[in-house]
Design a protein around this ligand. Sequence first.
Ligand code: ADP
Length: 397
Amino acid sequence: MKVLVINSGSSSLKYQLIDMETEGVVAKGTCERIGIPGSKLTHKANGQEFVYEQEMPDHNVAVSLVLNALTDEKAGVLASMDEIDAVGHRAVASGEVFKKTTLVTDETIAQMEELCDLAPLHNPAALIGVKACRAAMPNTPMAFVFDTSFHFTMPDYAYMYAIDYTDYEKYKIRRYGFHGTSHKFVSQEAAKYLGKDAKDLKVITCHLGNGSSITAVDGGKSVDTSMGFTPLAGVPMGTRSGDLDYAAAEYLAKKNGWDISETLTYLNKKCGMAGISGVSSDFRDLTAARDQGNARAKLALDMFAYACKKYVGAYAAAMNGVDCIVFTAGVGENTPCVREAICDNMQYLGLEIDKEKNLEKNNGAIRDISGSNSKVKILIIPTNEELVIARETVELL
Ligand code: ADP
């Protein structure tokens, strides 16, 4: 069985074709600059990379180019697109409407359209991709796999905001959390690696990338997570502020003459690591600048690690302990100084990082970087959100 996984953005479309027998990636690629002059498709298959520089005025053209590449004589891996048994679409926001992976139908598409209000940055883009795929493959079953699903096990006292309860009831304003497929995958991988049943483990998963979130996973279930109603909340990120006093945002808006939407754009795009450092949102640039003595890059990195450390402490309190801390995603897998700063001075939790092992180069495998006396396991686990989306799609069908 072969599953095509689609992650559609407003001007991009990433895909992976996964063979579910081996769970191996048969082909993958990205369409960039959809709807913008200079679009291109980069397709990797058969051990080679194929680049198609071709205009893609919309997602329909992008999807047909992807299907052509997958069935092409040279770059292709399929005799025909009938060999695609199912398509799994990454969907970000579900509201309280969809609590689990859901079949794509006219009805669920209409429901997703109603939710666009809730996630204006993400859901419309996902829907464009879904519609383009349906037009090209009308008979292939498809699923929406949500970033939020894993977090529906949070107890009410963790997901509620202390606002007027009737506003929660009317508008479903609450913590939803994101990166659920990643937190689920790495927490399950951690249990497998440790030879334990997930039910017997308290794990804190740190998905640290351009967007970052931290989750408390107790007995295999998400019980709290740092992102909120939107992915703006929690630790500071590449360009997002993370947690902030709302009155500071109002004050900033007044001073700059911004409306709410301009203020939100600022908090999503101009803050975080980029805003503090004035250097970059990219942790490679930040660590390089800090190492050359840039004080604001150092401050940004210090703030990031401190915020993550506070969530680790909070989630150990929430779960009455922690057995394992997992680092994953671009920064979590590749930035030793961030891992060390988060784990440093946590002896009260029985946490001790092996500084040498932590510095070893990322080899794409699971790595145990706990010190020999550490009571808490510290693991680096490469995430694989596409595989989770493919598995969930197969499970649903
Ligand atoms: P997202 O999926 O949220 O866009 P990623 O998980 O790809 O983000 O993480 C992007 C961040 O990870 C960047 O700040 C980048 O510096 C860092 N990163 C990614 N790959 C590497 C690498 N090979 N070495 C060092 N840092 C990396």
